[in-house]
Design a binder for this molecule. Sequence first.
Ligand code: ARG
Length: 459
Amino acid sequence: MGKLWAGLSSGNISKIADDFNSSIKFDKRLYKEDITGSIAHAHMLSKCGIITKTDADTLVNGLLNILQDLESGALKIDETAEDIHTFVEETLTSRVGAVGKKLHTARSRNDQVALDFRLYILKETKAIQSAIKALVNTIADKAEEYKDAVCAGYTHLQRAQPITFGHHLMAYAFMLIRDYDRLNDAIKRISVSPIGSCALAGTTYNTDRAAEAAELGLSRVCENSIDGVSDRDFVAEFISCCALLQTHLSRFAEEIILWTSWEFKFVSLSSEFTTGSSIMPQKRNSDMAELVRGKTGRVFGDLTGILTVLKGLPLAYNKDMQEDKELAFDAADTVKACLAVFAPMVATMTVHRENMKAAAQKGFINATDLADYLTKKGEPFRSAYKICGEIVGYCIDNGKTLETVSLETYKTFSDLFEEDLFSSIDIENCVNKRISAGGTSVASVEKQISVARAFLNNK
Ligand code: ARG
């Protein structure tokens, strides 16, 4: 194919350079956004009297036919073309004749690619947001089911205090809600139209950038044409949102991997979401969760990639910027794939309440409540803490738990101990006394679930 830009530059590029330069193998994904953007451009050109209404109609119909033929498969994308923008324009001109050459009036590929990419990222952002909602919904359902399932809460991966499994799950729901909100905030900066910036300096034609942006559903136009064609921070911001979201999924995945181990046995994943081993018949591996954890590394790589591409670039457009696409595509594809597998994996997992509770009873996780008991009876907290530490030591030496020490023995540590100490260290009571906002009691967790549900209903 001859080059659209054959002018002073001969267009006689070597095959090896042409292949190296071409981006169509990956930017063909932007075909719809490219065509939609061009239709809005043709409309604007005609409304502003830059081309005739008849020419605009020809262009728009031609573009719509290309879109239809691409979607039906009647038209195949020519992978020898330089990029999706040249492919669409050349196909249009070959179909509608010379009028096709008027489409590129008052624009450049520099603002065109920036526009197409913004429209695409906007679409992906919204798709990721709805997948986040689906996962939050699944988590809220599971949390409801296990809002009274007592388990150990950990710090330093050591048993710390009794909590409910529902409480633990809801922690992830709120991380994901923030991820959703972060994407919402990013939309404010993605939904900005660069079209009309042209190559970098704007144009001598009397264009209406605001009308073109409005037709495309974008909220406003960029204020500076040089920034318009140079800015890829919307890409970095999008990938950064993806990276943080992946971080949350990866922590959750890591816990699922731990919980499904024989050592924990808190959770079993459905056989639909596990794999076996080719040699060890007893194995049920949490491959999906491991892959989510592993793929998080790719998304971090995408983020590092875009930041590194941008950091040394002089203004305005440089071809380096063509490297932005695969990074963003990879981040979006990875996040969508991880969210898609995560929600049904969580929805179908079996939670072993009894195992969780049994583990919770072993680690002296009610020791804080024992100290609080003494404090409420008048012992200053620091000395209560010390006494309880000694009782835990006694239990370890004598193979006991706090529940199995006799009242007589308790009294040898402090005469403030009475029979009611046993109800205050009962694991379920320990949980249900934590009624502070955001706490682990069933009532507090119910409140958290209703906040998450309100989020799901409002967006
Ligand atoms: N394929 C190019 C990209 O993705 C389109 C913009 C080309 N602009 C240019 N001045 N060569 O960046």
